[in-house]
Design a protein around this ligand. Structure first.
Ligand code: F6P
Length: 345
């Protein structure tokens, strides 16, 4: 740990799947760095940029122009420095660039690497949880989640209109990997009749029975929101295999379920896989507000000489937690699962 007041130059990287709101975090970082007279450089394409020493200078004059822009101006990648054995390069680059600290913005994979590096190389690293999946433990909020939910809700409303007009059911597949945060929150917000998440068991035949009953009652168009990571059904129709971190690549359960329902009910139904639509688009106001604070807090922590921590938002306040906490996964909270059980069919 370094002494307070000695922070002169820091780096920042964005790793893993992008989301809308990352650029707002960068702006929060640059604004607080400006207050403290700290120079900021942004590594390009996640850990890849750190390994290769590829970066761009960042300033609040630059980030203010992209604060409402989705994606990340730094680029991202799923580079896993441990897998490709490039750890020494990271230490070398940080030393060569005279960096007093590094801010890693990303999900479980990026932050797990950050935590290991902080331990193995004694580097000053602060993590910021960023994933539309909202599944980083230790924090109630991850950068990108609110906008992903907003995008999914808009899409569900849009497709419901068509299904109502045509009197057909629609399956909407949302992202989230092994967690059902987007499915649960977006599904409830958009008034979906059925919501399926990996945290709860799924029975396709029971769904067919319930749909039959709905149709008999005259409700011919029902919205069925399903998380891509529900395991009890084929979720590899579009995507399969594993990424650099060993995560199963998911996609297609929506189409599989649509086919199943259609066959069993002998009635046309529709499906849409929202996929990357959820990760883009203008960030919500709540998103940008939260993200500015995530960025600002990370710089404050580094300036206080703190390291190996993650900025967490919990019980309504931003506070640091151990970075190693990010290594796990956080399922949807029990009270939200209860809402799914009670407020859907
Ligand atoms: O982790 C974010 C996420 O969007 C998941 O919801 C999804 O399963 C995965 O990334 C997709 O990853 P990729 O960008 O490699 O297609």
């Amino acid at each position: 740990m370094q002494k307070e007041g000695r922070t002169r130059k820091i780096g920042v990287l964005t790793g893993g799947g992008d989301s809308s709101g990352i650029n707002a975090v960068l702006h929060g970082i640059c604004l607080e760095a400006r207050n403290k007279g700290i120079e900021v450089i942004g590594f390009l394409d996640g850990w890849h940029g750190v390994i290769e020493g590829k970066f761009m200078p960042l300033s609040s004059e630059k980030t203010v122009t992209v604060v409402n822009q989705s994606g990340t101006i730094l680029g991202t990648s799923r580079t896993n420095p441990y897998k490709i054995k490039k750890i020494a390069e990271i230490k070398k680059q940080m030393k060569g660039l005279n960096l007093d600290g590094l801010i890693a913005i990303g999900g479980n994979d990026t932050l797990t690497v950050a935590s290991r590096l902080a331990d193995d190389l004694q580097l000053n690293i602060i993590g910021i949880p960023q994933t539309i999946d909202n599944d980083v433990p230790g924090t109630d909020y991850c950068v990108g989640f609110d906008t992903a939910v907003k995008n999914a809700v808009e899409a569900i409303h849009n497709v419901r209109a068509t299904c109502n007009s045509h009197k057909e059911d629609i399956v909407v597949e949302v992202m989230g990997r092994d967690s059902g945060w987007i499915a649960a929150v977006a599904g409830l917000t958009a008034g979906a009749e059925f919501i399926f998440v990996p945290e709860l068991s799924f029975d396709a035949d029971l769904l067919v029975e319930k749909l039959k009953l709905r149709h008999e009652q005259g409700f011919l168009s029902n919205v069925i929101v399903i998380a891509e990571g529900v395991r009890e059904f084929d979720h590899t129709k579009i995507d399969s295999g594993v990424d650099a971190f060993g995560n199963a690549m998911l996609g297609g359960i929506g189409f599989s379920l649509r086919d199943y329902i259609q066959t069993k009910l002998n009635k046309k139904s529709r499906a849409i896989v929202l996929s990357y639509i959820q990760r883009g688009g203008m960030p919500s106001s709540y998103e940008v507000f939260m993200d500015l604070k995530f960025g600002q807090t990370a710089v404050k922590l580094l300036a206080q000489g703190k390291s190996n921590l993650m900025v967490a938002y919990s019980s309504g306040i931003f506070q640091p937690v151990k970075l190693s906490l990010a290594c796990g996964k956080q399922p949807v909270k029990a009270e939200i699962l209860q809402m799914v059980k009670e407020l859907t069919l």
